[in-house]
Design a protein around this ligand. Structure first.
Ligand SMILES: NC(=O)c1ccc[n+]([C@@H]2O[C@H](COP(=O)([O-])OP(=O)(O)OC[C@H]3O[C@@H](n4cnc5c(N)ncnc54)[C@H](OP(=O)(O)O)[C@@H]3O)[C@@H](O)[C@H]2O)c1
Length: 437
């Protein structure tokens, strides 16, 4: 069989790692596949930058769109990044030309995934994006091909290594969010502008892609409830630990009566749960299904080599001639994603507030909870746990932590509004959802 000619656009962390693996494992790949994979052309911004790999044997294109359209390749690999710009233009051009595409670009997929899947189907060309969700973990293939007809009832996971690293260190070493973030930046786990990671948007993109595959709905990243980890304090981590919980940034999606619930937020999970054991930069995705029950896939969620390995797995599938609709079912079969309202979400809640040290404060808080039919599993009082936090105003107060039984979100929010109006609390209450697995 003649070799498969690959064009790679983007020679950064992932692109350079892919070239290294293709070079080092070339013979092993050819044995498995019965044909050779060759890189025939590449594109990046700078032709002269040292990338630790020799790109001199490959034809150079200044413009990735020209590479995608060239007709000189059998497969186009997009590793540039970004939801629009050259990534979108070149992937669209390749598919219009009937050229299969592999990409690791979650932002592109989250925004244009349905249109790109439709373009791929129309051109009878494959579109692979295993590396776009949870880096080295083969979750897309598992969802598309590995579960037979099993219906997914819930998907959840830790899909951002930066956040998991920060929360793990806060838990293990008793240090604050800012200090952990600085270390993550020094170690290269976090970007100079970490907003996209720590405020949960990166996880939301990945969750939206997974939810589409799980529930046969259009990808709707703008329907995801997103709350990040920057408001999590040492006080929360410590109290949660005393109560038998860890705090993790989870992305979760499930089908409920009124639509699809897609949410990304810090979550209290029991220390004994499998997901609580996924620490550091590791990622994990859990799939709850009717036939297979629960499946937990854990591993490296990022890094050049792990991500390039996922890109390569898509390349191998395409080289073998595997044909699957990119989003699991033909794009014309995808239903709109109806957002289930969070105000009727039912679950347990961790509430931390600071009550003024005056008679009747705790009783007033308990009364407001009772009026909202919110049943409390535990109430803990501590000296002011915020005292060690920077920028906290001087006022005598006591930290009160309430753990609720399962209740409706709107009831909790209304009770907190009434409590604030009563004037017995200082500062903003902290509200963290609890999830049982
Ligand atoms: N890094 C990871 O661990 C990881 C994990 C999962 C998914 N991903 C995804 O993989 C993709 C690549 O990530 P990365 O970390 O490898 O990015 P990166 O290191 O920033 O590399 C981006 C590459 O794109 C090239 N590029 C930028 N604009 C271009 C243009 N207009 N024309 C041609 N080339 C252009 C850059 O060229 P120059 O080098 O010449 O500047 C660079 O080689 C992204 O979609 C990312 O979300 C990455």
């Amino acid at each position: 069989m003649r070799p498969l000619r690959i064009g790679i656009a983007g020679l950064g962390t992932v692109g350079a790692a892919l070239i290294r693996i293709l070079t080092e494992d070339g013979d092993a790949i050819a044995r498995k596949l019965g044909r050779r994979l060759i890189v025939s052309a590449v594109s990046a911004r700078s032709r002269s930058r040292d990338r630790g790999v020799d790109i001199s044997p490959f034809k150079w294109f200044d413009d990735p769109v020209a590479l995608a359209r060239s007709g000189e390749i059998d497969l186009y690999v997009e590793l540039i990044g970004g939801e629009d710009g050259p990534a979108l233009a070149s992937v669209t051009a390749a598919l219009e030309n009937g050229c299969p595409v592999v990409t690791a670009n979650k932002a592109l997929l989250a925004r244009h995934g349905v249109a790109l899947a439709a373009a791929a189907e129309a051109a009878h060309a494959q579109l692979g994006f295993e590396a776009a969700v949870a880096g080295g973990i083969p979750v897309i293939k598992t969802l598309r091909e590995g579960l037979g007809s099993a219906a997914i009832t819930r998907v959840y996971g830790i899909m951002n290594g930066t956040c998991n690293y920060i929360l793990t260190r806060m838990g293990n070493e008793g240090i604050g969010f800012e200090e952990c973030l600085k270390d993550a930046q020094t170690l290269g786990y976090a970007e100079a502008d970490p907003t996209f990671d720590v405020e949960g948007f990166d996880t939301a993109h990945k969750l939206a892609i997974l939810a589409s595959l799980c529930f046969e709905t259009e990808i709707s990243a703008d329907q995801v409830l997103v709350e990040g980890i920057s408001r999590i304090t040492q006080a929360d981590i410590k109290v949660a630990a005393d109560l038998g919980y860890k705090i993790k940034l989870l992305g979760m999606a499930r089908k409920v009566e009124n639509g699809i619930e897609q949410r990304v937020h810090p979550t209290l999970v029991r220390k004994s749960s499998a997901i609580a054991g996924v620490d550091g930069v590791l990622n994990a995705v859990a799939l709850e299904t009717n036939h297979v029950q629960e499946l937990l896939l854990a591993g490296p969620g990022a890094g050049g080599e792990a991500t390039a390995a996922s890109v390569l797995s898509d390349i191998l599938d395409i080289a073998r001639g595997t044909q699957v609709p990119p989003l699991g079912v033909p794009s014309s079969e995808l239903k709109p994603c109806e957002r289930a309202p969070m105000r009727i979400h039912e679950g347990g809640y961790y509430i931390r507030l600071n009550a003024r040290d005056v008679p009747g404060a705790l009783a007033a808080i308990a009364t407001r909870m009772g009026e909202g039919n919110i049943s409390l599993e535990s109430v803990i009082q501590r000296p002011d746990l915020r005292a060690s936090e920077p920028g906290v105003e001087e006022e005598t107060s006591r930290t009160v932590v309430l753990i609720t039984h399962e209740t409706i979100e709107s009831a909790v929010r209304e009770a907190l509004e009434r409590i604030a109006r009563d004037g017995f609390i200082v500062g903003q209450p902290q509200l963290i959802r609890i999830e049982e697995f």
